[in-house]
Ligand binder design. Sequence first.
Ligand code: NAP
Length: 243
Amino acid sequence: MSETPRIALITGANKGIGLETARRIGQAGLRVLLGARKPALGEAAAAVLASEGLDARFIHIDLNAPETLTSAASAIESEFGRLDVLVNNAGITDRADGSPGRASPEAVRRIFETNVHGSLAVIQAMLPLLRQSSAARIVNVSSGLGSLALNSDPDWEFSGVKLFGYNASKAALNMLTAQLATELAPNDIKVNSADPGFTATDLNGHRGYQSVEVGAEIVVHLALLSDDGPTGGFFSKDGANPW
Ligand code: NAP
């Protein structure tokens, strides 16, 4: 009798780091649900992974449309009865973001709406399903730009990148990681933040100097953590990041 595969949901999986994360998790033998807000793009990405022999399918998830989260949770509940891995990957930047003295307040609100409120809403929608898993993992895709310590270090490589909305949204996501990890420890659910590093994707006009293969590395590692792995941490592929 074949074992039921573990089920992983990756948000924003139609491209970039999310798609590569889905591919690698699928290659590890999990069934991957590719969350995307645009069905045509999500279907196309799932078809690519399926053509590579992976157990992949599209699921409609728009972080800014709560009804899609409820529907996705019901669909996963009725088909699988549980969720083993949730990767909160979807995220945005905004051209009108900037340093605190310059950022458009509306842009800051838009960024928070997706990166913080949207990620929290996905977690809350999926939590009952994650609690049904024997060893659930949650990965919040953060950024080195979300580190308060690094933002305060004038010698840091990216110290010139003072995007208040984006950086603060990832700092808030890190707070979500720290608090949720404590809350879910009694349920053996591990929650960690991943810093992919500066990766060439649409998010930064492909200026990142890493490939998505490298960017997805730490995300995949944290999604597939063994039982003795950490929880409540913030990691890049090079090790622990300062908060
Ligand atoms: P990307 O190629 O622009 O991918 C972002 C993904 O998020 C897309 O699939 C996008 O969907 C999706 N998304 C945006 N808003 C959404 C919403 N409301 N609902 C559902 N999906 C939504 O960028 P990426 O670089 O792969 O980014 C992935 C994650 O890594 C983000 O959280 C980003 O902040 C983080 N990160 C990236 C870097 C980097 O250097 N690239 C560094 C550190 C952290 P659409 O295609 O429909 O827009």
